[in-house]
Design a protein around this ligand. Structure first.
Ligand SMILES: *[C@@H]1O[C@H](CO)[C@@H](O)[C@H](O)[C@H]1NC(C)=O
Ligand SMILES: *[C@@H]1O[C@H](CO)[C@@H](O)[C@H](O)[C@H]1NC(C)=O
Length: 396
């Protein structure tokens, strides 16, 4: 009890300068923004409370603003997002929870403009899809998968037994490559739409660790952004094209040798290869069982549509694209555009029977469940938000 009391009084002390600052901050801003929403309410308790929370959020995410006008504008967006988040969390139809993320000060339009991968229409990519090397053969024709050690699973040879009647029954009921120590920490693509480079690198890192038994290397997303001429750097890209470029280039270097700068840069030549690929594989469109078999062997790259205001604020639970906006609940808020990417590092089933994928995102460990997202699995015809449109994986 004593320690609780002292911590709450020290908290009050810590808040005091904040409240004093707020008392000066808000009126000075109001003077320059007569039509803003704070105008009517003045310094009411709710505004002060929210301002305290906003400052807490700014500190937690290392955010600062160049001008007071910008700070006021971001505070208003933050308040509006927090109202949205709290209302959605009260809706019992939501299967997952929303909360503060690195994006709580962005409107959904701003968020999409900054974090959309702009991969474009996958149907225009048909020719590209025919050019895939196929050393591994069609995914259903892989070797026997009988559960047990995942490293052994991944090492299974490429003999081609006849297609099995029920593949799912033969696969492990759950897989989590994080528990095998082959998944590197979650990165942050920040202002550059390089999610595709993060996911390509993540799947190569895990593939190499699984094939060698060594810890995963940390590979260079920036080399893909700057040097992969098959893709468009901060303008977007495809993971399968990135694999193709890595093969053409004779490998991908380490993040230490070629660190992330979060912007388009000039390609630095002559970096040593840290991982090489012999091939890569594009999985059949709309076949989540094929993805499941592939994920049982190694993490798989998928693109999907993240144009859903709830996804921006996701913190935990199984995301099913049901989104509550002003009390109106929409099932399937996303479509199937390929504007963001995830590395699928596992799958499983919750005790209530909900099937999920485990996605590694590139929005830092402060978004989602330590940077990961659980996404509804088995959502025909194209997977939730189109995640089964163009799945692929690299082959070491
Ligand atoms: C395949 O096996 C899974 C797991 O045992 C089962 O849930 C599913 O219903 C089976 N599917 C078919 C088509 O038999
Ligand atoms: C980066 O370069 C690509 C073309 O290579 C372009 O499409 C994109 O708009 C550029 N992005 C930025 C943020 O400069």
């Amino acid at each position: 009890m004593a320690s609780m009391r002292s911590s709450s009084s020290s908290m009050a002390l810590a808040l005091l300068p904040l409240l004093v600052a707020a008392a000066f901050f808000i009126p000075s801003l109001l003077a320059s923004s007569a039509s803003r929403t704070l105008d009517d309410h003045g310094l009411d308790g709710e505004a002060l409370l929210m301002l305290g929370r906003f400052h807490g959020w700014m500190a937690a995410h290392g955010r600062s603003y160049a001008t007071e006008e910008e700070k006021l504008r971001r505070f208003e967006v933050y308040r509006s997002n927090m109202a949205f988040i709290e209302a959605a969390n009260r809706d019992s139809r939501m299967s997952y929870r929303l909360g503060e993320t690195p994006f709580t000060d962005l409107t959904h339009d701003e968020f999409m403009a900054m974090y959309g991968g702009n991969n474009g229409d996958p149907t225009s990519e048909k020719e590209e899809m025919m050019m895939i090397t196929t050393r591994a053969g069609p995914v259903h024709e892989g070797g026997g998968v009988h559960g047990g050690d995942l490293h052994q699973l991944a090492a299974v040879d490429e003999e081609e037994p006849p297609r099995r009647a029920n593949l799912t029954a033969l696969l492990p009921p759950s897989v989590d490559w994080r528990a095998e120590g082959v998944v590197t920490p979650v990165g942050f693509n920040a202002w550059c739409s390089s999610c595709w480079a993060f996911v390509a690198a993540a799947t190569i890192e895990s593939a190499k660790a699984i094939s060698t038994g060594d810890p995963p290397p940390v590979l260079s997303e920036q080399q893909l952004v700057d040097c992969d001429t098959l893709d468009k750097g901060c303008g977007g890209g495809w993971m399968d094209r990135a694999f193709k470029w890595v093969i053409q280039n004779g490998g991908i270097t380490s993040a230490a040798a070629y660190p992330y700068t979060d912007k388009n840069g000039t390609c630095q030549e002559g970096k040593p290869a840290e991982a090489t690929l012999s091939s890569y594989k594009l999985l059949p469109r709309g076949d989540e069982e094929a993805i499941m078999e592939a994920v049982a062997r190694q993490p798989v790259a998928v693109a999907f549509d993240h144009n859903d205001p709830c996804f921006q604020h996701y913190i935990d639970g199984v995301y099913d694209a049901g989104c509550s906006i002003s009390g109106v609940y929409t099932k399937g808020a996303c479509k199937t555009a390929q504007n963001h990417a995830l590395a699928l590092v596992g799958y499983g089933t919750k005790p209530d029977g909900t099937k999920y994928w485990i996605g590694k995102n590139s929005w830092s460990a402060k978004w989602g469940e330590n940077g990961f997202v659980y996404v509804l699995r088995d959502s025909p015809p194209l997977g939730l938000c189109g995640l089964a449109v163009r799945p692929s994986f690299p082959i070491i």
